[in-house]
Design a protein around this ligand. Structure first.
Ligand SMILES: Nc1ncnc2c1ncn2[C@@H]1O[C@H](COP(=O)(O)OP(=O)(O)OP(=O)(O)O)[C@@H](O)[C@H]1O
Ligand SMILES: [Mg+2]
Length: 259
C-alpha cells in the first residue's frame, strides 16, 4: 500500500509544480504579448506619420522653390500647416486607442473626407495616368473619427496607386447607405492579388513590395493592419476581393449611427 500512497504524493507534487510553471509561463506570455503589441503600435504610428510627412516635405519644397509666386507659396504653406496638424492629431488618436481611450466620433460628409485625403497626398494622379472616379453623394455621412478614417483611405489609395503603376489605370471609390450601414468600395484596376497572398494581407509586416519591384520601395506591411485596427474600432468590417491581373476591391462597412 505504502508505495502507492508514496507514488500518489509524488504525482500530486509534480502536478502542483506543473501548475506553477504554467502560471509563470502564462504571465511571461502576457508580458511578451504586451511588448509585441507595443512594437507593432510604435511601428504603426511611425508608418502613419511617414505617410503624412512625405507630402509635407513636398509642399514645403514647393514653397521654398517658388518664392516669387506668392499664390503658389501661400497654398503650399497652407497645405504644410494642415498636414503637420494632421500628423499630431493622428499621433494623439492612435495613442488614445492604445491607452483604451475612445476618440470622438462625429457625423462627417464622406465625400469631403475622401477629397481631403487626395489633397493631403498632394500627388497629381492624372499625371501618372491614373483616373480617379468618386461616386459618393454630397450628403452621404459616416459616423466616425475623421482623422482615423482619412488615414484608412490614405492607405488604401496609396496601395491602389502602387498596384496600378507604372501603367495607367483607374481608382474608383463609391459609397452608399444600405440598411443602416454605409458601404464603401475602393477599387483599382491594378495588378490584383494572388490567392496565396490574400490570406496574409491583414497580418502585420506582410508585404510584397521591394525596392527593385514596381513600387520601387520596401513595404512595411503595416498599412492594411492599420486599416483593420481602425475599422474594427468603429465596429465596422473590411474585406477584399481581387483577381490577379484584373484589379482589387476593398469593401468597408460602417454602421450608420443617426443619433
Ligand atoms: N490594392 C492592392 N492591389 C494589389 N495588392 C495589394 C493592394 N493592397 C494591398 N496589396 C498587397 O497587400 C500587401 C500589404 O499591404 P499593406 O498596405 O499592409 O503593406 P505595404 O503596402 O506592402 O507596405 P506599407 O505598410 O508601407 O503600406 C502589399 O504588399 C500588397 O502585396
Ligand atoms: Mg500599403
Amino acid at each position: 500500500m505504502a508505495p502507492i500512497i508514496e507514488k500518489r504524493r509524488s504525482l500530486n507534487m509534480e502536478l502542483e509544480n506543473q501548475r506553477k510553471e504554467n502560471s509563470n509561463l502564462r504571465s511571461r506570455l502576457t508580458k511578451l504579448q504586451t511588448l509585441a503589441n507595443m512594437g507593432t503600435v510604435s511601428a504603426l504610428v511611425a508608418h502613419e506619420i511617414n505617410n503624412i510627412l512625405m507630402p509635407l516635405g513636398n509642399y514645403a519644397m514647393v514653397a521654398l522653390n517658388s518664392p516669387e509666386d506668392g499664390a503658389l507659396t501661400k497654398k503650399a504653406l497652407e497645405k504644410t500647416v494642415y498636414n503637420s496638424s494632421r500628423a499630431s492629431e493622428i499621433l494623439e488618436s492612435i495613442l488614445g486607442i492604445v491607452n483604451g481611450e475612445t476618440a470622438e466620433l462625429k457625423h462627417c460628409k464622406l465625400k469631403n473626407l475622401v477629397e481631403d485625403v487626395f489633397a493631403c497626398i498632394g500627388r497629381d494622379f492624372g499625371r501618372d495616368g491614373i483616373k480617379v472616379c468618386l461616386d459618393i453623394s454630397e450628403d452621404l455621412e459616416i459616423y466616425a473619427v475623421p482623422v482615423q478614417m482619412q488615414q484608412v483611405f490614405m492607405n488604401l489609395i496609396l496601395n491602389a496607386r502602387e498596384a496600378i503603376m507604372p501603367r495607367a489605370g483607374t481608382i474608383s471609390i463609391k459609397a452608399e447607405s444600405v440598411d443602416g450601414d454605409v458601404i464603401i468600395e475602393v477599387c483599382d484596376s491594378g495588378s490584383g492579388i494572388s490567392p496565396s497572398d490574400m490570406k496574409n494581407l491583414f497580418i502585420a509586416f506582410f508585404t510584397t513590395k521591394t525596392a527593385d519591384g514596381p513600387s520601387g520601395r520596401n513595404g512595411a506591411g503595416l498599412g492594411l493592419v492599420f486599416c483593420k485596427e481602425m475599422i474594427d474600432s468603429h465596429n465596422g468590417t473590411i474585406t477584399v476581393e481581387s483577381q490577379e491581373g484584373q484589379g482589387t476591391k476593398f469593401i468597408i462597412t460602417l454602421p450608420e449611427k443617426t443619433i
